[in-house]
Design a binder for this molecule. Structure first.
Ligand code: PGA
Ligand code: ZN
Length: 435
């Protein structure tokens, strides 16, 4: 079905950090409207596609996106208006061609992504189908591949998402041993509540960081895991069989390029080699039900990554975020060199939905799992909830159980699950870490 774009409009709105971001609206000739907003990271991978910002210090400390807005309303509008597109891929290809650079430096990946996302929403409206079904079809999958994802919930924040000194950026709970998404969500939320009470009782701060997790100044990274395990036990859930743990170390943020060491600064300065970090992860695995480690090593430290994968890969999900930046060429290298075994999927690291889905398909062909992910700077946009269900990838990382921009995705997943059940076509919950 060919689709003609009749209106295209970009505007500057705010994200969850109060930083400007792009919102795009597309109207098709049949009146279907699609609207979407673009997320933004803080611990960005070096090789991510370009996020275009105005750099005008008089507006939003240089973080405005008026140039991206102009790119949508002028250049892109000129090229797309009244044109007909048979599917999302043909629109994305056209955007890639207009930009013409590998990292989307001319128009900005945020600009291009805004249009790609809005068009996907408009298509779903036009076809009167749920967005996840559009993704399912575009990935060449069947409805039997749909699944509700296991959530990876970042309930304790450190790294650049907090100012508590902990090096590890995300301490996540993974409620996987449940039969529905809503049960998994409830369990995670109860743990979050118990953790809050525990922190409060021990006179730690219960203020939250960028992704809605608590950000207390704990004595050590390990103490974070200890407290989380206690909160899980207090909630009455079984550690390991029902709820496991995951980390996003985001180690590029404390990797010292000159010395090639990992600098742990909290409480006491320690310079660690990649090999010592691997031993640290093994130690954590022996003590806690740790099922997934993201960016355990620096994005350019491929040699040590290979060692990590060899030693921990068989027993642990090793996720490449900054390492792969959702781009096929880095995943191809990973496959070739046997590095990591899962890909973090962030739509704005690559800049179009079609390329995102290609990366996921490449991964699954080579048994690399995909984890669909938000960014630390988010909006109320819920596209990623649909991408997780439609792709059937089995996992979503969308923050903690507080802050509207995080719960927006969880709530959309609840709607998807409940509606499918009501229609008599339930979508199965994927236990991504069956014990
Ligand atoms: P970011 O962090 O969005 O700030 O890059 C998320 C992550 O590292 O997974
Ligand atoms: Zn990450």
């Amino acid at each position: 079905m060919a689709t003609v774009i009749s209106t295209l409009h970009g505007r500057e709105v705010l994200d969850s950090r109060g930083t400007p971001t792009l919102e795009v609206e597309i109207e098709l000739s049949d009146g279907s409207l699609g609207r979407a907003m673009v997320p933004s990271g803080a611990s960005k991978g070096e090789h991510e596609a370009l996020e275009l910002r105005d750099a005008d210090p008089k507006r939003f400390l240089g973080k405005g996106v008026l140039q991206a807005v102009r790119n949508v309303n002028e250049n892109i509008s000129k090229a797309l208006l009244q044109k007909s597109f048979s599917d999302l891929k043909s629109l994305d290809d056209c955007l890639i061609e207009i930009d013409g650079t590998e990292q989307k430096k001319k128009l900005g990946a945020n600009t291009i992504l805004g249009v790609s996302l809005a068009f996907a929403h408009a298509l779903a409206r036009s076809q009167k189908r749920d967005l996840y079904l559009i993704f399912n079809e575009l990935m060449g999958l069947r409805e039997s591949n749909l699944s509700m994802p296991t959530p990876l919930m970042n309930i304790l924040n450190g790294g650049v998402h907090a100012n508590n000194g902990l090096e590890i950026q995300e301490f996540m709970i993974v409620p996987h041993g449940f039969s529905t998404f809503s049960d998994a969500l409830r369990a995670g939320t109860e743990v979050f509540m118990h953790l809050k009470a525990k922190l409060h009782d021990q006179a730690y701060s219960t203020a939250v960081g960028d992704e809605g997790g608590f950000a207390p100044s704990l004595e050590s990274n390990e103490m974070a895991l200890e407290l989380i395990c206690e909160a899980i036990e207090k909630s009455g859930y079984q550690l390991g069989t029902q709820i496991s743990l995951a980390l996003d170390v985001a180690s590029s943020s404390f990797f010292n390029r000159e010395t090639e060491q990992y600098d742990f600064r909290w409480k006491q300065m320690r310079h660690l080699s990649g090999e010592v970090l691997i031993e640290f992860y093994k130690h954590l695995k022996a003590k806690y039900p740790l099922v997934s480690i993201e960016d355990g090593l620096d994005e350019n430290d491929w040699g040590t990554w290979k060692k990590l994968t060899h030693e921990l890969g068989p027993s642990t999900q090793l996720v490449g975020d900054d390492l792969f930046v959702t781009q096929k060429k880095y995943v191809e290298r990973g496959i070739k060199e046997k590095v990591a075994n899962a890909i973090l999927i962030k739509v704005n690291q690559v800049g179009t939905l079609s390329e995102t889905m290609d990366t996921m398909n490449l991964g699954s062909k080579h048994h690399y799992r995909s984890v669909v992910s938000h960014r630390s700077g988010e909006t109320e946009d819920v596209t990623i909830a649909h991408l997780a269900v439609g792709s059937g990838c089995g996992q979503i990382k969308t923050g903690s159980l507080s802050r509207g921009e995080r719960t927006a995705k969880y709530n959309e997943l609840l709607r998807i699950e409940e509606k499918a059940f009501r229609r008599g076509r339930p979508i199965r919950f994927e236990n991504a870490f069956r014990a």
